[in-house]
Design a protein around this ligand. Structure first.
Ligand code: AP5
Ligand code: MG
Length: 207
């Protein structure tokens, strides 16, 4: 199974990615996570990406496509995976189209104000990368590690990221609908309810 997880910042792509990975054992590629890992290690890629991430803008297509192209080349022809946060522009989607055949594109729909609220309380574990919310936890519920707030989760940057999503990523909804690949989920529900919808869409008989 080869999937794309599509949705605005804070729509819950990372949260659902973790649940899909747990249930289906599917490998994942998260472009945002790769940039943050590179930044942590102060690589040239990480330092280049930081300029755009801090401004709530997209990293240039050529940089992202080169990076994702290298990741995709590591998968065997019959190996499944899901892409979280890629593609985000029509150029990226066309690039992906030339690389692989997808089974589905899951679109997580949430309204902007709910997203601003969610991201104001998002917390990420420094040790295991688990994503959670400060509304419920002050330590990582998975490993007990310390939690931090992402640099791009302040309200000004979140609003820029939402604007970029509407202008540059939303055209992908039509792109994939026209290819009959789009699977839509109401992501304004609780995480486990969202996942139940995802599992249903993926025709999971274990659900
Ligand atoms: P990236 O890291 O991908 O950020 P994003 O797309 O903005 O998405 P987020 O990770 O912020 O949100 P999410 O949908 O994963 O939500 P989460 O599950 O964490 O990218 C960062 C930056 O890298 C970009 O801005 C760009 O600069 C660059 N970049 C990355 N890919 C690129 C590309 N392809 N091209 C160019 N540039 C690229 O959930 C959010 C919060 O809500 C959490 O606190 C969570 O606990 C909570 N939550 C989750 N689900 C629910 C729910 N159902 N109900 C209530 N709360 C929930
Ligand atoms: Mg994410």
């Amino acid at each position: 199974m080869r999937l794309v997880l599509l949705g605005a910042p804070g729509a819950g792509k990372g949260t659902q990615d973790a649940l899909i990975k747990e249930r289906y054992g599917l490998a994942h590629v998260s472009t945002g996570d790769i940039f943050r890992e590179n930044l942590k290690n102060s690589t040239p890629l990480g330092l280049e990406a930081k300029k755009y991430m801090d401004a709530g803008q997209l990293v240039p297509d050529e940089t992202v496509m080169k990076m994702v192209g290298e990741k995709l080349a590591e998968f065997a022809d019959d190996e499944g995976f899901m892409l979280d946060g890629f593609p985000r522009t029509v150029a990226q989607a066309e690039f992906l189209d030339g690389k692989t055949k997808l089974d589905g594109v899951i679109l997580f729909n949430v309204d902007d104000e709910a997203i601003v609220r969610r991201l104001s309380s998002r917390a990420v574990c420094k040790d295991c990368g688990n994503v959670t919310t400060r509304l419920e936890h002050d330590k990582c519920p998975s490993c007990g590690g310390e939690l931090y707030t992402r640099d791009d989760d302040n309200e000004t940057t979140v609003r820029s990221r939402l604007k970029v999503f509407h202008e540059q990523t939303e055209p992908l909804i039509k792109f994939y609908r026209d290819k009959d690949l789009l699977l839509e989920v109401d992501a304004g529900q609780k995480p486990e309810e969202v996942f139940a919808c995802v599992a249903e869409l993926l025709n999971d008989d274990k659900n």
